[in-house]
Design a protein around this ligand. Structure first.
Ligand code: CTP
Ligand code: MG
Length: 335
């Protein structure tokens, strides 16, 4: 009831479609960036295959899931058949190879949670992280990309939400706020539960794609070309959806009891997942289930302090969408 009365006031919401779409368009990477990424991948493949002929390279993250804005870093995963390959050893050797080929800012971070080598390619200006055997990330990248093909409003919403999160400083996992990956899952969940739904639940449908990674079965309907009209019964505009997204996280989500789950296409209870109390460093103050690694809560980085920051930011954004004469500027003001 409260929510309804709040949303009833603004009757000029569709006036905001054009400026939101303009922001979305301005964030789309130009076609030439794809070419540069390919050029870098070719170089990396050449260098890697000399030392490890059996290794494969895959793009993952925002450069491959279609949610990357212009000038994003490129995430690369190097895979070996051997699941027990010595990652620090490979990464140190790889760093050596990259340095001697004149790649810049080469750094092996062998003790990070996800060990990587960082580099910058002077020929393309692209920065890149390379990790090893992170196949689940390659698979969840495909899932996200497939969702994006179903309805363009997902990509529009994600670009605007990521732009907002970066502007407001709430896209910093090391400070207890959420990863870009978490925000994409929040957007997919949100569009799945709209009435009528804008996105289906691909993991609840016939399995046309299935792989097993680290003992986890990853399966879903990936023939998304067949779903291109799925959301058309819902005519909500991007401005309405941005507003409703922030209102959902500001006023409607039950932070005490609920877990959002794109795997099931619905809300599940914290109790059912045993996410009701802090275990180690996982506090479960905002719960976002990973679609494949279902024991993984993307909200686990959030702590007592940062949950307050996040919720205040959701409320600020909802308030701006409700009342501000110029939300397309105010929403993204640096914090
Ligand atoms: N990932 C994951 N589990 C996490 C965080 C990330 O599996 N807890 C994987 C996902 O495949 C994700 C990729 O790592 O797509 C990169 O994560 P992130 O940097 O959060 O997202 P990007 O889409 O690369 O966003 P950005 O544009 O901010 O780099
Ligand atoms: Mg990235």
């Amino acid at each position: 009831r409260n929510f309804k009365s709040r949303t009833a006031c603004r009757n000029d919401i569709n006036r905001l479609n054009a400026p939101f779409l303009a922001i979305y368009e301005s964030l789309i990477p130009p076609e030439e960036e794809k070419g540069k990424q390919k050029q870098l991948m070719k170089l990396l493949e050449k260098l890697v295959s000399k030392e490890w002929p059996e290794a494969r390279l895959y793009l993952y993250g925002s450069c491959a899931n279609s949610f990357g804005v212009s000038k994003s870093d490129v995430d690369v995963c190097m895979t070996f058949e051997d699941p027990d390959v010595n990652k620090p050893e490979v990464l140190l050797k790889l760093a050596e190879i990259l340095e001697s080929d004149n790649l810049q800012n080469v750094q092996a971070l062998t003790r990070a949670r996800v060990p990587i080598v960082k580099l910058m390619d002077p020929a393309t200006g692209i920065s890149c992280d390379i990790c090893i055997n992170n196949v689940l990330a390659v698979v969840n990248t495909k899932l996200l990309r497939d969702y994006a093909k179903i309805d363009v409003r997902l990509r529009q919403l994600v670009f605007i939400v990521k732009h907002w999160a970066k502007s407001r400083g709430v896209n910093e996992t090391y400070q207890g706020t959420l990863s870009s990956y978490a925000y994409v899952l929040m957007c997919i969940h949100f569009l799945q539960q709209r009435q009528p739904a804008i996105l289906p639940c691909l993991q609840g449908m016939e399995r046309t794609y299935a792989v097993t990674v680290d003992d986890i079965e990853c399966a879903y309907f990936d023939q998304v070309d067949k779903l291109s009209g799925f959301g058309s019964r819902n005519r909500e505009s991007i401005a309405q959806l941005v507003w409703a997204f922030f209102s959902y996280w500001a006023y409607c989500h039950d932070y005490t009891n609920d877990v959002i789950s794109i795997r099931t296409g619905s809300i599940i209870s914290k109790r059912a997942k045993d996410w009701t109390r802090r275990v180690g460093n996982d506090r479960h103050l905002i719960c976002i289930e990973d679609p494949f690694e279902t024991s993984h809560d993307l909200g686990r980085v959030v702590d007592r302090n940062s949950i307050g920051v996040l919720r205040e930011e959701f409320e600020r954004a909802a308030e701006i969408m409700q009342n501000d004469p110029n939300p397309c500027v105010t929403l993204f003001e640096p914090y």
